[in-house]
Design a protein around this ligand. Structure first.
Ligand SMILES: Nc1nc2c(c(=O)[nH]1)N[C@H]1C(S)=C(S)[C@@H](COP(=O)(O)O)O[C@H]1N2
Ligand SMILES: [Mo]
Length: 404
């Protein structure tokens, strides 16, 4: 059962400067903010982007305000931005090259952007990109890392070519175990490990894994990986390498910091079914698919609802690629649940919009909640599965409205 205290906790106010550009609001629950007040004070635009909530400036980490998710497609200008390294070069499309090689290919080669677009079949699909640390700020106890609220996620229509088609041209050898990806960004100090990620061969060869050059019908924004990024539908954003410049098929596990140390989850604690066996350790393992989650997008904490007047509660739900089976809504803090109406689906990797209409029949505070279930029957928990990096927070959230 939901813990009502979670939603009624007293506001811890104030901002702390934890580094030169690191402005960290110390609110424990976004739901406790007086309608938009404090969040709006940290809204800023990166060049070419619309207003986003700044979490850190260098490297740039900006999240999407929840009301943007009223649209099932997240506009490019409002799509969240997540970078680990401080130096993000401005890439010029004409000069961009993709190196395809590694010890497990027979014929390494290079591609220009025009070749990528002309020589491989185009594919388009809708998919959610979600950072593993989405909602980290609600971890209890508090955990270090970018203090994401509800906006380290977005849904877009991606266009690109299949990674498997590009790998096929290079001639994969039978010993290929992982495919390794490198972007053009680099650390400020030599010691900062380069952002290198890998996928198990089976996921790299999945027909939905794309080398993408378009987002919602336009070039990718600079901050979302122009000119080319990896799109790994169903899996955590960490694998979606931006400014992709090198791909290597390898016969051994990638051992760099971003695979070996970061983005790992305690083994056996989460209901994940996708396996990344070559990255499995004794106690922990590399994060894989996104867990089922949902958001109420059109109601603000503390919103006033007139007695007897119908309220349409709207939201989105998503998961790691099994598709959304159902969304249930509670208007009494989790005691009773009713089925929400699902909007037409846009593919099993996409946000699924839903709505539910209720008519408040008594005055006072009322706690609204949404709980989604994915196609394999996995649902959102009421208690956080704690882990030191604050990943995978898909706990059912509550929004308190005031009926008068
Ligand atoms: N080159 C590069 N690609 C990257 C990252 C990065 O730091 N460098 N961060 C990853 C992480 S952790 C996430 S969550 C997604 C975020 O994608 P977005 O910034 O387009 O929202 O990009 C991924 N791709
Ligand atoms: Mo991430």
């Amino acid at each position: 059962m939901p813990n009502r205290r979670t939603f009624l906790k007293v506001l811890v106010s104030g901002f702390t400067m934890t580094g030169p550009d690191l402005l960290t609001p110390r609110f424990l629950h976004a739901g406790e903010l007086p309608s938009g007040a404090a969040e709006s004070t940290v809204r800023e635009a990166l060049s070419g982007k619309g207003p986003l909530i700044k979490r850190t400036f260098r490297p740039p980490n900006f999240e999407t305000p929840v009301e943007v998710f009223k649209d099932v497609v997240t506009p490019n200008r409002r799509f969240f931005v997540r970078w680990h390294l401080a130096n993000i070069p401005r890439l010029v499309a004409e000069n961009w090259r993709l190196k395809v090689g590694g010890d497990s290919v027979a014929h390494p080669f290079e591609l220009s952007l025009n070749q990528l677009k002309r020589e491989f079949a185009p594919v388009e699909l809708m998919a959610v990109c979600q950072c593993a640390g989405h909602r980290r700020r609600f971890s209890e106890p508090h955990v270090p890392g970018v203090q994401w609220g509800n906006g380290a996620v977005g849904n877009a229509r991606w266009k690109g070519v299949r990674l498997k088609d590009v790998l096929a041209r290079a001639g994969l050898r039978p010993d290929a175990l992982e495919v390794v990806f490198d972007g053009a960004d680099y650390g400020a100090i030599d010691r900062t490990p380069d952002f290198v990620k890998s996928l198990p061969l089976w996921k790299a060869l999945d027909e939905n894994t794309l080398i993408a050059y378009q987002m919602n019908g336009e070039d990718l924004p600079h901050w979302n990986g122009f000119p080319v990024r990896l799109v790994v539908p169903g899996w955590a954003g960490t694998y979606w390498t931006k400014q992709l410049i090198a791909i290597r098929a390898m016969p051994k596990p990638e051992k760099g910091f971003w695979m070996n140390t970061a983005y790992r989850i305690p083994a056996g604690k989460f209901p994940v079914t996708d396996r990344f066996l070559s990255q499995k350790g004794e106690a922990d393992t590399a994060i894989t698919e996104i867990l089922v989650n949902s958001l109420i997008t059109n109601i603000e904490e503390g919103q006033h609802c007139p007695l007897g007047r119908p309220v349409m509660v709207k939201g989105v739900a998503w998961d790691g690629g099994h598709g959304i089976r159902s969304v249930e809504v509670s208007v009494d803090g989790g005691k009773a649940w009713q089925e929400a109406k699902l909007e037409p689906h846009q593919g099993r990797f996409s946000f699924r919009a839903w709505h539910y209409t209720f008519t408040p029949s008594r005055t006072g505070k009322q706690v609204l909640m949404a709980k989604a279930t994915d196609g394999r029957g996995s649902t959102q928990p009421f208690e956080l599965i704690f882990n030191p990096a604050g990943y995978y927070n898909n706990v059912v959230q509550g929004i308190t409205v005031e009926v008068a």
